[in-house]
Write a protein that binds this ligand. Structure first.
Ligand code: ATP
Ligand code: MG
Length: 599
């Protein structure tokens, strides 16, 4: 079965002229860097614990607290009114140590799970770092979760401690408290002297805690983080990560995000997801940059204002956010001074080539796509700063990462010969796979041994995504394994069809699925969200179908097209195609614990 020609071949590559891109890459010679790279070399960029071992919190703040970066702003919180409050590295290290002291006072054991259900506020950052310093395991929950997803995740990880607010406790934890008996302590950040029954006042505990708690002598393989996946394909999985992951956060922060200590860096991901922790907290602090934290929700004008007023130099965001900015119009960007910005990167979903090119208009810079997963713990494939960007491509594997596209048999399983999986010829579609062994790789799905085991075959970790690799080593996303459409002998990736429709002026966002068809097996159906200036009509529907037919051909273009006011998305901003399909076919909706409200 042949994959269709990607529409992205119509997009010209963007210069690898480093000066033109405004980046200051740490390594300009990409292939040279790849050839000579070893993870041990990356570890030399870290300090390691004075007595041996490694601890993420020590690399992120502990070591900076008494060094030249002590007084540098580590975190700069931007409030709703645009004013800021900052924490220096020394201060953040002290707050983290106090939190570690609180855990000690409560008799929490090393390796026990400490959860957060909090918005982006300073206590959250101190709790993450303090927990890691103490040697306990941190698990962030997204603050917009309802009681059921909170219960499910607390139960899976046997959470012993939860840090939250009074309002969130009342609404989401109190109703399920009886069902999570392992939860011994609930710490309220805003108890204000009168905690709810069954909870403790965190501020009071912090007040009484020493600010010089020791750092646990954790080893590289000690469990540090529990991250639940986005639940895009089904029930979320709890991916376990170890302290050595910081080696990958350091290396990828350098190679993929081009971080330098004088950067003002902003990662828009919520810390309730892996991106918000790996690249919203750990990677920037390890590099000694100043990280912006927006206390508010996504809003186009506010975001441009933050980029301009805070003089953000490196911005890490997601396709859904960029499409929202696109929808608002590039002229909204034009009134802001974005000249400090030298690098924009995106992750989480396929990045339509249209968006990469639009980025040049809005920011004066192309957007660098990169690919990774909760399981990989860090960026794996990236449009590395010093290489030619190919719009629509995820880029190439970072130094230390070996990626391949594996041939699949009729059932979708990798073809194994002599114990080794067979790699596809260039440009053929297959399963995206990674050679295990990088430091931030997950060490298991908590309590789901079988599901974990199934992720490996023929010497590779199987990602569940389908991709192509071109002759120059660039990887092109085709679709999630579950989302690809089989129509009249063609394997159609939803990304390709969506990217084509995104090129039409009327379209703000689009998702496509396959629906059963007696003749073709499946045919493509598109759900289109229009730009605010557009009105849905039968004429526009025909025009859009015609537009796609002309570019993609009748076999690949959608046969059906519906207008939607909002596409269903996970709370991390990913389009839930499986839900669109279930609704279309009248099937059960499955796990919707991460579905954004009102979708
Ligand atoms: P679940 O595993 O629970 O179904 P999820 O896979 O969405 O949820 P995450 O680990 O948050 O959970 O997301 C990783 C996935 O997101 C990748 O496997 C891929 O499908 C998609 N993704 C991430 N970055 C990119 C990218 N740059 N291009 C295309 N897809 C991407
Ligand atoms: Mg996944």
């Amino acid at each position: 079965m042949e994959a269709t020609t990607p529409s992205s071949t119509r997009w010209a590559p963007i210069s690898k002229d480093v000066a033109a891109l405004r980046v200051r890459p740490n390594l300009v010679d990409y292939d040279g860097a790849r050839a000579s790279f070893t993870w041990d070399e990356a570890r030399r960029g870290l300090t390691g614990l004075p007595g041996g071992g490694v601890n993420i919190a020590y690399e992120a703040v502990g070591r900076h607290a008494s060094g030249p970066l002590a007084d540098r702003e580590a975190l700069r919180f931007v409030r709703a009114d645009g004013t800021v409050r900052s924490l220096t590295y020394a201060r953040l290290a002290r707050e983290a140590a106090r939190f570690a002291g609180v855990l000690a006072g409560l008799g929490v054991d090393r390796g026990e799970r400490v959860y957060s259900l909090l918005g982006r506020r300073p206590e959250l950052y101190a709790a993450v770092l303090g927990t890691l310093q103490y040697g306990a395991v941190f698990c962030p929950l997204f603050s917009a979760f309802g009681p059921e997803p909170v219960r499910q995740r607390l139960q899976i990880g046997s959470g012993a401690v939860l840090v939250t607010t009074r309002a969130l406790y009342r609404k989401k934890v109190a109703p399920i408290r009886d069902e999570v008996p392992a939860l011994r302590h609930v710490l309220l950040v805003d108890a204000d002297g009168s905690p709810e029954p069954g909870t403790l006042d965190l501020a009071a505990l912090l007040e009484g805690a020493p600010d010089d708690a020791p750092t646990a002598a954790t080893g590289p393989e000690d469990w540090a983080l529990l991250h639940f996946t986005s639940g895009t394909t089904g029930k979320p999985k709890g991916a376990m990560h170890v302290h050595d992951a910081v080696t990958a956060h350091f290396a990828t922060g350098r190679f993929a995000l081009d971080l330098h200590p004088d950067d003002v860096y902003w990662c828009t991901a919520d810390p309730g997801w892996v991106t918000g922790t790996s690249y919203g907290i750990i990677a920037p602090l390890v590099h000694g940059v100043t990280a912006i934290v927006d206390e508010e929700e996504m809003d186009a004008d506010r975001w441009y204002r933050i980029l301009a007023e805070q003089r953000v130099t490196v911005w890490y965001t997601a396709p859904t956010a960029l499409r929202m900015l696109m929808k608002a119009g590039a002229e909204r960007a034009a009134v802001h001074d974005l000249s400090a910005l030298r690098f924009v990167a995106s992750v989480g979903e396929p990045l339509n080539p249209e968006v990469v090119v639009w980025g040049r208009e809005a920011f004066g810079l192309p957007v660098h796509d990169n690919w990774w997963q909760t399981e990989t713990g860090g960026i794996m494939i990236s449009n590395y700063p010093a290489m030619e960007i190919r719009p629509g491509s995820m880029g190439r594997p970072l130094p230390g990462i070996e990626a391949a596209v594996l041939l699949r048999d009729g059932t979708g399983a990798p073809v194994i010969r002599d114990g080794e999986a067979v790699v596809c010829e260039p440009d053929a579609t297959g399963e995206l796979a990674l050679r295990p062994g990088w430091p931030s790789m997950f060490r298991g799905y908590l309590d789901e041994e079988e599901r974990y085991r199934k992720c490996f075959a023929g010497g590779w970790y199987l990602t569940g995504d389908l991709a192509r690799r071109d002759a120059d080593g660039y990887f092109w996303f085709v679709g999630r394994g579950d989302d690809v459409i089989k129509s009249s002998g063609h394997l159609i990736g939803p990304f390709e069809v969506e990217s084509c429709l995104m090129e039409h002026d009327a379209v703000a966002e689009v998702a496509v699925i396959g629906v059963p068809d007696a003749v073709a097996g499946e045919v493509v159906k598109a759900f289109v969200e229009l730009k605010p200036s557009q009105e849905a009509s039968d004429a526009l529907r025909l025009e859009l179908i015609g537009f796609a037919r002309k570019r993609l051909g009748p076999a690949v273009a959608p046969r059906m097209l519906d207008f939607a006011s909002a596409l269903p998305k996970t709370r991390s901003g990913k389009i839930l195609r499986r839900l669109l399909k279930a609704r279309e076919l009248g099937l059960p909706e499955g796990d919707t614990s991460t579905l954004e409200a009102g979708r």
